[in-house]
Design a binder for this molecule. Structure first.
Ligand SMILES: Nc1ncnc2c1ncn2[C@@H]1O[C@H](COP(=O)(O)OP(=O)(O)O)[C@@H](O)[C@H]1O
Ligand SMILES: [Mg+2]
Length: 268
């Protein structure tokens, strides 16, 4: 299911012009990282995908659905959105009920709901916390509950808004694993992140935003190699890319494998 955004503008009632002409196609199964400084419009953009916000001008289509013509409840069958702050998302008294809410609400049969919930709990390593009240869990595990409750809905498109902010290394690895599994299942994954290393390691395509516009959009290596342009949006290239540049690599490297391959090439 493709996402098609045409000349999207959005102005908040306060008068802030948060999006100033965004055009973008994201194909089914793509893995996209969105970077850019605070206030660039990243969250405003993704909130258009599940109908939480509607364009001031322009159009957003999810498959053949114009988001203006479908309710948030309807769009929930196509687009899952993991909020940046789990406290804005969670409301149930125990983890299992929370995770089951979405798929139940979409009207899936009971057996399917149970299978989706078990699988989501397994993927997020929450299987031993199903009876816990989400509010008694650490912020790290509350984040996993928020993720589980979205992936249990089995939507073709999944959006993560700053998933790694405030998470420890184990949790970041867990989130990367969830994204890997979603990729293997052919889901479209769109992730807003400040963590440029996380972005480089997990996404093939990277979009850099600044002041309500798209500054760069392309293969992660190409985008993350544009040091001067990224500097304008206060995004540093990944550490390995910077180190590679200082070592004189011709190519921009994104991860350890590419770094080691380039190093080998140099000494060959
Ligand atoms: N609810 C809101 N009401 C008014 N202005 C907002 C609201 N949310 C965000 N903004 C403003 O819109 C712009 C884009 O914000 P946002 O989409 O949250 O950026 P990002 O996610 O890239 O940090 C910023 O100037 C921000 O202050
Ligand atoms: Mg944001």
């Amino acid at each position: 299911m493709n996402i098609e955004i045409s000349d999207l503008h959005f102005t908040y009632p306060s008068g802030v012009q948060a999006l100033r002409g965004i055009s973008l196609t994201i194909e089914a199964g793509e893995q996209v990282g969105i970077v850019g400084q605070n206030g660039a419009g990243k969250t405003t953009l993704v909130r258009h995908l599940n109908g939480l916000l509607h364009p001031t001008a322009g159009e957003v289509k999810i498959g053949d659905w114009d988001t203006r013509k479908y309710s948030v409840a309807k769009l929930a069958a196509r687009v899952g959105y993991v909020f940046q702050n789990p406290d804005d998302q969670l409301f149930s008294r125990d983890v299992r009920t929370e995770v089951a809410f979405g798929p139940k609400n979409l009207g899936y049969p009971k057996e399917q709901v149970e299978a989706l919930v078990s699988e989501a709990l397994e993927m997020t390593e929450l299987a031993d916390k199903t009876e816990a009240n989400p509010y008694d869990l650490s912020p790290t595990w509350r984040k996993m509950v928020a993720i589980a409750s979205v992936i249990a809905m089995d939507t073709p498109i999944v959006i993560f808004d700053e998933p790694t902010t405030g998470q420890d290394a184990a949790s970041v690895a867990r989130i990367a694993n969830v994204i890997r599994v979603l990729r293997e299942r052919g889901k479209t994954v769109i992730t807003i992140t400040h963590d440029i290393d996380f972005c480089a390691e997990n996404f093939e395509r990277v979009i850099a935003m600044s002041q309500g516009r798209i500054l760069l959009d392309g293969k992660a290596n190409d985008v993350l190699g544009q040091e001067e342009i990224l500097a304008a949006t206060y995004v540093d290239p990944p550490q390995l890319a910077r180190l590679g540049r200082r070592l004189g690599f011709k190519e921009t490297v994104r991860n350890e494998e590419e770094f080691l391959a380039a190093l080998k090439n140099m000494s060959a």
